[in-house]
Design a protein around this ligand. Sequence first.
Ligand SMILES: Cc1ncc(C[n+]2csc(CCOP(=O)(O)OP(=O)(O)O)c2C)c(N)n1
Ligand SMILES: [Mg+2]
Length: 333
Amino acid sequence: MSTTEQRLATPSRGREEVTPSAPAADAATPPSEVPICADPEALRGLPAEQLPGLARTLRRRLVEICSLSGGHLGPNLGVVELTIALHREFRSPAEPIVFDTGHQAYVHKMLTGRADLAGLRTAGGIAGYPDRGESAHDLVENSHASGSIAWAHGLDRAHRLAGADGAAVAVIGDGALTGGVGLEALNLLAADRGSRAVVVLNDNTRSYAPTVGGIAEHLGALRAGEVRAGEDMFTALGLTYVGPVDGHDLGALAQALTAARRAAEDPSSSGVLVHVLTRKGAGFARAESDAVDHWHATGPFPSRRRRRSRRRRRPGPRGSVRPCSPPRAPTSG
Ligand SMILES: Cc1ncc(C[n+]2csc(CCOP(=O)(O)OP(=O)(O)O)c2C)c(N)n1
Ligand SMILES: [Mg+2]
């Protein structure tokens, strides 16, 4: 058993206050919750002003569900806004979104027919990683880090050869980007003119621990404004660089992803890289303030909110799922 697997299997977290909130430290009144829309087409039709409320519901449910089953809570709390924005800009599954490693795909699952992550990480339940048997939106079954850029680029090439439209997206963390397979794929993508692959770099400055090395320092300099867009390593390689963008600002994300799509569709350009800044554990104080790993992975933990929620649920079901369309039935498992 790996260290992560051990942590996932062990009730490793003490009793805590579960108060998922808006991610900005200085956020004013939190928005009213909006039920989870588990159909990406309906999600694209939601008015933008409802999205902060949707993000709030997703965070509450992530905490409730992981308190029961354990899981990769910190990484998923960090990509709530990013995943919403990705599914609004790109038409999955025709425009595939490949999550690197796949440990941060819970929100993607919740927005694609699996709002309650039923039976997360248990036999017959929703898997902790993308699973082709669960949904057409899970194109790649992974768990191994650093492969997403090659996957997205390969899917993009296949689409172009078949005369199909649209982009293919890789969502890769700053940690996974430093893996050799990721850098190999970036090397090929940077010189492939006409590519419509978009690499979304989810930079939260860490894997379990802070990411180290020259790339981490370069990303830090971009974040700090010491290196400007255009002077970055991605542009130097031949990619189009978009960013850095606040990964918890839904408006800024929408703009950046639209700009990335436009650049990707330019036949004279090769791949595009969008540099997105997020915080692992965002919106859940205990995870955000955890200096060790920001709750990268947790076992089940006690949750007062869960108990309150359970009491409220009786006798009728508590609605966290928008009745916009029935969840897509899993094709198996
Ligand atoms: C080849 C390989 N090495 C190591 C791991 C263990 N692992 C799982 S998640 C993770 C952290 C990845 O960090 P990052 O890509 O920055 O994603 P984040 O968790 O920050 O979203 C690692 C090292 C793995 N899954 N595959
Ligand atoms: Mg990271």
